[in-house]
Design a binder for this molecule. Structure first.
Ligand code: ATP
Ligand code: MG
Length: 729
C-alpha cells in the first residue's frame, strides 16, 4: 500500500517524479491540489525526504491551512515540519532570520494599511501638503504599486515626471521608506520585495537553496513577477521545482499576475516533465461540458478537454428573471425546495461578480431567516461607505443624533481632529445645546483654529440645506444632493485608490435600494426609509451556527468546490464587466476565465441567473443576458426558462397592472372591496411596516385579507393577523 494508491495514474506519475522540474498543467477539479498534497506526504513518508527540505506555496491563507491539514491527515505530525504557506508568510519567516542582512532587526513590525496611512499622514504634515485631493490612502496605494513593480525610490526619481503631484509623491516615498526603516517596520509589499532582495545575497541564497531542495507552487498561473523571481532563484540549484496551475484560471491579471510565468515554464526548464491531468473528479458531466465549451471561446485557451466518469447529472438551469428581486426570490425558492429534499444550507453557494451585488441577496435571506455568511468581504450594511451615508441620512432625519454626527463630522476629511471635536462637545454641554447646534456656532467656540471654524460652518450649512430639502424633496433627491455636496465620490477615489471603484458601486447600490422603495410606496419619507433599513440590515449572529449559505465573489471562490452553485447577474455590463471590457479583447478573455472558474466550482448542480431589468444607480435599465450564456452548449441546458413562459397573468406584479391601466377602472368587485374597508385596520393606499418585509403599501382589502405591495412583491396578510405583523408607517 502506498499513499499514492489514491491517485490516478497521471497524478501518480506526477507525484512520483520528485527530482527535476515538473509542470502539472490541468483544468479545474482534476486534482492538482490533491496531487501536491499527496506528493508531499509521499516524499516524507515513503521517500524519506526530510520535511524541513520541503517548501509548498499557495495563494491564500485558507488554501495553505487546508493543505497542511490534508497532509497531516495522511502522515500526522511531520506535516508541520514542512513549510506549507503563502508567499507572504514564507517571506516573514525568512526575514525574521535573515532580515539583519538588510538592516532589519529580527522583531520587525509589519505595517498594515492603517499603519501605512498614519506614517504618510505624518510625512504630509511635514511637507505641508495643501492639495486636499491627495489623501494619504492614495499615496499609500501608489507607493505599494511602485514597490510591487520593483520601482525603487531612485528609479522613480529618474522618471522625472511633470504631473502636479509627482514631486510630492516622490518625497513621500523617500521619507516613508526612511521612516519604516528607522522603525524597523515592513509593509506587505516590503515583505515580497525584501525577500527578493535577500536572494541577491550569495550566502543567503546558497543557504536557502540548500534548505528548500523541493519546491511546489499551487495556482502558479496567478503568480506575479516578484513571486516568480523568488521561486526561480531558490530553485536554481537543485531544480526540483513542481508548479501546478491552469492557464484557463488566471484571473488576477488586473493585480499584476503574469500568465506568462506558467506559459513559459517549459522554456525556463527545457527538461521539464509536463503532466496533463484530464479527468475531472469534481463536477457532473453536464457542468464540465459547459465549462469546456465556454472556455473554448478564448483564443488564448489551451486545448484541454476535461472529462469525467460521472454521469451527466442534472442539467444546468439558466433562469431569466424580471429583475434583481425576482432573481433573489427565485434562488431562495430553489434553496428551500432542495433543502426540503434533504440538502443542508452549507451545500449552497451564491457567486457574483462584484461585492455590491450581495445586498439584494442579504436582504432576501434575512427576510426569510435563512442563515448566510459573506466570505472575503463584509456584509453590505456593515461596509464603511454604507455606514457613512446612512449616518449622514440619520443626522439629516434627526439632527440630535450625536453618535452618527460624530461618525461623519470629519468624513470626508475636513481637518476637524479629535481635539477640535472635544472642544465642540464641551462647548455644547456647557451651553446646553446639541452637538449639531454647536456646529452652527463654530465661530464662538474657544480654541478652534479658523480653518476648523470654516469647516464647521460649511458642514452646518450643507446639513441644514439637506434637512430643508428632506422636507420637500424625495429621499433620492436628498441622497444625490448629499453625495454631491460633500464630494463623497471624490473622497472615495482619493482615499481608496484602486479600491474606490467597488466602494462607489456599493454607494450606487444603496441608492438603488431607495429608488426601489420609492417605486413601491408613494412619497417615501426619510424616516420611513431609515426605519426600513434598520429592519433589513439587522444581522443575526451566526456564532455557533455551522449550517449557512455562502456568498462570495467569483475571485474568492478560487480553488474551492460546492455542491450547488448559483452564478448570478450573468448580464452584459456585470459579467463580463463594464463596457471597457467589451472592447478590450484581453480583458474579455480574463472575464471568460473567471466564468470558467465560476462554472467549475459546482459539483452537482449549477444555476445561472440573469435579470431583464435592473436598477442601476436608481434607474431601471433593460439588461441583456451575458454572451457567456449564449456560449453554453444547448444540450446541457434545462429548458431555458423565460419570464413570459413562466409568469401567468395572475402573477404579474401590481406595477404591471398599473401600466396596462387595469387599476384605474373601478369594477363592481372593487366597490365591494371598498365597502369592506371599515373592517380593516389599515386603509387602502396606506403605508405600513411589516416586521419582516419592511415598508409596503396596502393595495387590496378584502373580507379576509389585505394585499400589501412590498419591494419584492405583493403579499397577502390575513386580516386577523394584520395588526400582529403590520404597523402604520
Ligand atoms: P482547481 O483547479 O479548482 O484548483 P484542482 O485541480 O486543484 O482544482 P482538486 O481540488 O485537487 O482539483 O480536486 C478536485 C476534487 O476531486 C477534490 O474533491 C479531490 O479530492 C477530488 N479528486 C481529485 N483526484 C482524485 C482521485 N484520484 N480520486 C478521488 N478523488 C479525487
Ligand atoms: Mg486547486
Amino acid at each position: 500500500m502506498s499513499i499514492l494508491d489514491k491517485l490516478n495514474e497521471k497524478q501518480r506519475e506526477a507525484a512520483k517524479k520528485i527530482e527535476g522540474p515538473l509542470l502539472i498543467l490541468a483544468g479545474a477539479g482534476s486534482g492538482k491540489t490533491r496531487t501536491i498534497t499527496y506528493r508531499i506526504a509521499h516524499m516524507i513518508n515513503e521517500k524519506g525526504i526530510s520535511p524541513y527540505k520541503i517548501l509548498a506555496v499557495t495563494f491564500t491563507n485558507k488554501a495553505a491551512k487546508e493543505m497542511r491539514e490534508r497532509v497531516e491527515l495522511l502522515i500526522g505530525e511531520d506535516a508541520h515540519k514542512a513549510m506549507i504557506s503563502t508567499f507572504h508568510s514564507f517571506g516573514v519567516r525568512l526575514l525574521r532570520v535573515y532580515g539583519d542582512k538588510l538592516g532589519y532587526n529580527a522583531n520587525f513590525t509589519i505595517y498594515d494599511t492603517d499603519d501605512q496611512k498614519r506614517v504618510i499622514r505624518g510625512i504630509m504634515k511635514e511637507l505641508v501638503v495643501n492639495d486636499k485631493s491627495l489623501t494619504e490612502g492614495a499615496v499609500v496605494s501608489i507607493i505599494s504599486k511602485l514597490k510591487e513593480n520593483s520601482v525603487s525610490v531612485s528609479d522613480y526619481e529618474k522618471e522625472n515626471r511633470f504631473d502636479s503631484n509627482y514631486k510630492i509623491i516622490l518625497e513621500c516615498y523617500r521619507r516613508y521608506n526612511g521612516t519604516l526603516k528607522e522603525n524597523n517596520g515592513m509593509d506587505f509589499s516590503d515583505i515580497l520585495v525584501n525577500l527578493h532582495k535577500l536572494l541577491d545575497i550569495p550566502e543567503v541564497l546558497e543557504k536557502l537553496q540548500e534548505k528548500f531542495q523541493y519546491i511546489m507552487v499551487d495556482e502558479y498561473q496567478d503568480t506575479n513577477n516578484i513571486q516568480y523571481n523568488i521561486v526561480t532563484k531558490i530553485a536554481a540549484k537543485y531544480r526540483n521545482i513542481c508548479v501546478v496551475g491552469d492557464e484557463n484560471q488566471s484571473i488576477y491579471g488586473f493585480r499584476g499576475a503574469n500568465i506568462k510565468n506558467i506559459l513559459d515554464f517549459e522554456k525556463d526548464y527545457k527538461d521539464a516533465l509536463v503532466v496533463k491531468l484530464e479527468e475531472n473528479y469534481r463536477s457532473t458531466s453536464a457542468i464540465l461540458t459547459a465549462a469546456n465549451e465556454v472556455i473554448k471561446n478564448n483564443k488564448t485557451a489551451k486545448d484541454k478537454n476535461l472529462w469525467t466518469k460521472k454521469p451527466q447529472g442534472e442539467l444546468i438551469t439558466v433562469k431569466e428573471c424580471l429583475d434583481g428581486r425576482e432573481e433573489v426570490n427565485y434562488i431562495i425558492e430553489e434553496i428551500v425546495k432542495r433543502k426540503n429534499m434533504g440538502k443542508s444550507y452549507r451545500e449552497f453557494t451564491i457567486l457574483y461578480r462584484t461585492n455590491a451585488q450581495s445586498r439584494l441577496f442579504e436582504e432576501g435571506l434575512l427576510k426569510y431567516n435563512i442563515p448566510y455568511k459573506v466570505f472575503g468581504g463584509m456584509q453590505f450594511y456593515q461596509r464603511a461607505e454604507i455606514k457613512d451615508i446612512v449616518a449622514y441620512l440619520t443626522v439629516i432625519n434627526n439632527p440630535q443624533d450625536t453618535i452618527n454626527l460624530n461618525r461623519i463630522i470629519n468624513v470626508p476629511k475636513r481637518k476637524i481632529g479629535d481635539k477640535s471635536i472635544e472642544k465642540i462637545r464641551d462647548y455644547a454641554s456647557e451651553t446646553n445645546i446639541s452637538m449639531f447646534e454647536a456646529l452652527g456656532k463654530g465661530m464662538e467656540i474657544p480654541g478652534l483654529t479658523s480653518g476648523v471654524k470654516i469647516a464647521l460652518d460649511e458642514l452646518y450649512t450643507i446639513l441644514n440645506d439637506l434637512i430643508e430639502l428632506s422636507h420637500e424633496g424625495s429621499v433620492s433627491e436628498v441622497f444625490d444632493e448629499l453625495i454631491r455636496r460633500v464630494g463623497y465620490f471624490s473622497y472615495l477615489n482619493s482615499t481608496y485608490g484602486a479600491e474606490a471603484e467597488g466602494r462607489i458601486e456599493n454607494v450606487e447600490e444603496l441608492k438603488n435600494s431607495i429608488v426601489e422603495l420609492e417605486k413601491t410606496v408613494d412619497f417615501l419619507t426619510l424616516r420611513e426609509y431609515l426605519e426600513n433599513i434598520s429592519l433589513v440590515s439587522a444581522t443575526d449572529d451566526l456564532e455557533g451556527e455551522s449550517d449557512y449559505i455562502k456568498l462570495m465573489t467569483i475571485h474568492n471562490s478560487k480553488g474551492l468546490e460546492f455542491p450547488v452553485v448559483f452564478l448570478t447577474g450573468v448580464e452584459d455590463d456585470i459579467f463580463p464587466g463594464s463596457k471597457k471590457v467589451l472592447f478590450n479583447p484581453e480583458e474579455l478573455e480574463e472575464e471568460r476565465r473567471l466564468c470558467y472558474v465560476a462554472i467549475t466550482r459546482a459539483e452537482e448542480k449549477l444555476y445561472l441567473t440573469h435579470a431583464k431589468s435592473r436598477f442601476v444607480y436608481g434607474e431601471f435599465l433593460t439588461k441583456i443576458k451575458s454572451r457567456f450564456i449564449e456560449e453554453l452548449p444547448i444540450e446541457v441546458l434545462d429548458k431555458v426558462e423565460k419570464v413570459q413562459d413562466l409568469l401567468p397573468k395572475s402573477k404579474l406584479s401590481t406595477n404591471d397592472k398599473k401600466i396596462t391601466g387595469y387599476k384605474n377602472i373601478i369594477t363592481a368587485e372593487d366597490l365591494k372591496k371598498m365597502k369592506n374597508i371599515s373592517n380593516s385596520p389599515f386603509a387602502m393606499g396606506e403605508k405600513v411596516i411589516h416586521t419582516k418585509f419592511g415598508l409596503g403599501k396596502v393595495v387590496e382589502i378584502s373580507e379576509k385579507k389585505l394585499g400589501v405591495q412590498f419591494v419584492d412583491g405583493k403579499k397577502d396578510i390575513a386580516l386577523a393577523l394584520a395588526t400582529k405583523f403590520l404597523t402604520k408607517a
